[in-house]
Design a protein around this ligand. Structure first.
Ligand code: NAD
Ligand code: DAU
Length: 339
């Protein structure tokens, strides 16, 4: 299918975070006709080093908050699309302190939709499979675009709220939007608070990995580069007003992923601690991405999880300076929560 929309000048919110920065690298590497403006508040999760090496003429960085309507008035005119990644993204943080999640995920999306309406540009909304709640381990079902919303955590409820704002603004004000819900990403530049980088950097720091509860919870892993190619496909070929689920058939339980990390790093596969479970911990996520594959012809490329995991372990091993400054504070926070 040919591209229906050829963006020349896009704003990527949250482009200094994990998935946003991987998307910026993807666009810069694969779409030389597109200039990227990153709008990022550089919270604890944002890091300018994630954008190192990108030529100056391909990228403009703006340090600012998506809730700042005046800044959006200055920034948005002259751009042809916003791809909205910025969020408070970590479930455990949302349980400890939900307020920043309301502000960034709900109010921030509201402000961006206001600017999109005012300046008549395209908008792609990045969301999560967690809006659908969870599935039982023995349920053969997977999430589809028709699954009812049933979020469990403060984080996922604010993402669900933001999705509903996008749908309502699209219908009421005729905005030109698309929306995607993706499963768990892994790859380089992921903050050490998240499961896979936490365990890799624990081992590299001589700390035993920590597994929540019984560890049988299932996540549907996708390499972040596959998420990027899917978002580009939806932005350029997707139908306005539609939602597409993004997934790569990567269901695995946490204990199996942890044992793979341990053995790939030369450790005994049982060299980890069971710690307190996450309150309200979702049991299983699973994505059926048939609509995206059939309608837009997208396919994931990085479907060998073991090889993707090996490259991710190598990246954290080689980029100790990238994570070591945040590691101690992250582990201190987990320790205070009994995790
Ligand atoms: P992240 O926490 O690594 O990065 C978030 C980025 O947003 C940071 O750079 C941060 O500085 C910026 N930010 C936060 N609040 C802001 C504000 N008010 N204004 C401007 N910038 C702000 O997050 P991530 O894991 O890369 O997730 C990115 C997006 O993808 C989120 O919308 C998340 O819900 C969604 N998502 C994540 C996953 C996953 O597995 N991590 C899966 C599906 C969807
Ligand atoms: O499904 C998409 C979602 O995936 C995104 O919307 C979120 O932004 C992203 O953070 C991620 O949410 P999870 O809660 O699934 O990811 P996290 O890395 O926090 O945890 C993955 C699983 O591992 C989960 O079942 C909890 C467990 N876990 C996590 C940590 C940090 C552990 O067992 N031990 C840990 O130390």
């Amino acid at each position: 299918m040919t591209e229906a929309f050829s963006p020349k000048n896009i704003i990527v919110t949250g482009g200094a975070g994990f998935i946003g920065s991987n998307f910026v690298h993807y666009v810069v590497d694969n779409h030389p006709e597109t200039h990227v403006t990153v709008l990022d508040a550089l919270t604890y999760a944002g890091n300018l080093d994630n954008l190192k090496g990108i030529p100056e003429d391909r990228l403009t960085f703006v340090h600012g908050n998506i809730c700042d309507a005046e800044l959006l008035d200055e920034l948005v005119p002259g751009h042809d699309a916003i791809v909205h990644y910025a969020a408070e993204s970590h479930n455990d943080n949302s349980i400890a302190d939900p307020e920043p999640f309301l502000r960034t995920n709900v109010e921030g999306t509201f402000r961006l939709l206001g600017a999109v309406r005012k300046y008549g540009i395209r908008y792609h909304h990045i969301s999560t499979d967690e809006v659908y709640g969870d599935l039982a381990l023995d349920d053969p079902a997977r999430f589809t675009e028709d699954t009812p919303y049933h979020p469990s955590s403060p984080y996922s409820s604010t993402k669900a709220a933001s999705d509903l704002l996008v749908r309502a603004w699209t219908r009421t004000y005729g905005l030109q939007t698309t929306l995607s819900n993706c499963s768990n990403n892994y790859g380089p530049y992921q903050h050490v608070e998240k499961f896979i980088p936490r365990q890799i950097t624990n081992i590299l720091s001589g700390i035993r990995p920590k597994l929540y509860g019984d560890g049988l919870n299932v996540r549907d892993w996708i390499h972040t580069d596959d998420h990027s190619s899917a978002v580009w496909t939806i932005l350029t070929k997707g139908r306005i007003g539609e939602t597409y689920l993004i997934g790569a058939d990567g269901e695995k339980n946490n204990i199996d992923v942890l044992k793979l990390i341990l053995t790939h790093m030369g450790q005994d596969e049982d060299a980890f601690d069971h710690v307190k479970d996450r309150p309200g911990h979702d049991r299983r996520y699973a994505i059926d991405s048939t609509k995206l594959r059939r309608e837009l012809g997208w396919q994931p490329e990085h479907t060998n999880f073991q090889s993707g995991l090996d490259k991710t372990i190598a990246w954290y091993t080689q980029h100790q300076e990238w994570w070591e400054q945040t590691k101690a504070a992250t582990e201190a926070r987990y320790k205070s929560q009994g995790q």
